[in-house]
Design a protein around this ligand. Structure first.
Ligand code: ZN
Length: 307
């Protein structure tokens, strides 16, 4: 069992034994949401929400569509998803289990607003976990990094989040993923910062590198789609080498394997401000300015362009 705390929310990736849910209300119903050829079966207590769950179901559908659009399909069919009503508002946390079929629990405030649901990252993050095989505990950074990185890109591609907002968050938060004193590389340093933002940094570096090596024809998205297509996603147990090799085969590069070889046992501190400058992302007060004349601006645009 493993648990990770992300921005105050509980996000669990995989888990071998499901905990019993003792207080599940008898009024709970299951509603099937069809998305991109997959079914999401949503269990929730209709009476807990003033609108009977109309906005809740729209949120599930929207989040699933965002993930399906990024991966070219929804990663799991069927997916069982349980929504637990809590006091207060907001999306309060998410948990994804593989046992071996995927199962997801979300904690949602009874007073959650439609605006909070439209701006939610938690469900997209959790659904992204469904698309990657389980590679074992020491590589949690890969799973959490992909979920952290893809959430922003997938939402931009779907028109659910502003591109500048994604880069603004990366400028602010990704430096937490840089190695600190006594770091021993990605596979041996299991801090919160290295797991989530170090993993996301790996994804950004890999994405840019794949675009560079393929003359901007391919990106991390192509690699991740191939990994899902070949593995079937979270229910599979794959060694990390096979995951990265499969992704690289889709882009005709060795970008993922090369980056992993550099970063797995050694602290690597890339010059992130220089990377963002080359992509055309400039800090501007509390936000960022996007510069399309920057040397790698075409790569930035390709990453965020809808497929
Ligand atoms: Zn997660």
């Amino acid at each position: 069992m493993r648990r990770r705390v992300l921005n105050g929310s509980l996000a669990v990736v995989t888990f071998t034994v499901l905990a019993a849910v003792s207080s599940w209300p008898a009024r709970a119903v299951t509603t099937e949401v069809a998305v991109a050829g997959a079914l999401v079966r949503v269990d929730f207590d209709r009476a807990a929400f003033a609108d009977g769950g109309v906005e809740l179901l729209a949120w599930v559908r929207r989040s699933a569509q965002i993930v399906a659009r990024y991966y070219g399909r929804f990663p799991e069919h069927p997916l069982d998803l349980r929504v637990i009503a809590e006091s207060g508002d907001g999306v309060q946390g998410g948990t994804t289990y593989a046992n071996p079929a995927a199962f997801m629990r979300l904690r949602l405030g009874r007073d959650v607003t439609p605006a909070q649901l439209r701006a939610d990252w938690v469900l997209v993050h959790e659904m992204t976990h469904l698309a990657l095989p389980d590679t074992g505990e020491e590589h949690a950074w890969l799973s959490e990094g992909i979920a952290t990185y893809v959430e922003g890109v997938a939402r931009v591609q779907a028109g659910n989040r502003d591109e500048a907002d994604v880069w603004r968050e990366e400028l602010r938060a990704m430096p937490r993923g840089l190695p600190q004193a006594n770091d021993r590389g990605m596979d041996h340093t299991h801090t919160w910062g290295r797991t989530y933002w170090g993993g996301a940094m790996f994804c950004l570096l890999a994405d840019v590198e794949i675009h560079k090596r393929s003359a901007n024809r391919f990106g991390l998205q192509d690699a991740l789609r191939e990994i899902l297509a070949r593995s079937g996603g979270l229910a599979a147990d794959w060694p990390i080498g096979k995951v990265l090799r499969t992704g690289d085969a889709a882009t005709g590069t060795t970008a993922l394997e090369d980056l992993y070889a550099r970063m797995k046992d050694t602290p690597v501190s890339p010059d992130l401000p220089a990377l963002w400058r080359s992509l055309g992302v400039e800090p501007a007060g509390a936000t960022v300015r996007l510069d399309d004349a920057a040397p790698l601006a075409s790569i930035r645009q390709a990453i965020m362009r809808p497929r």
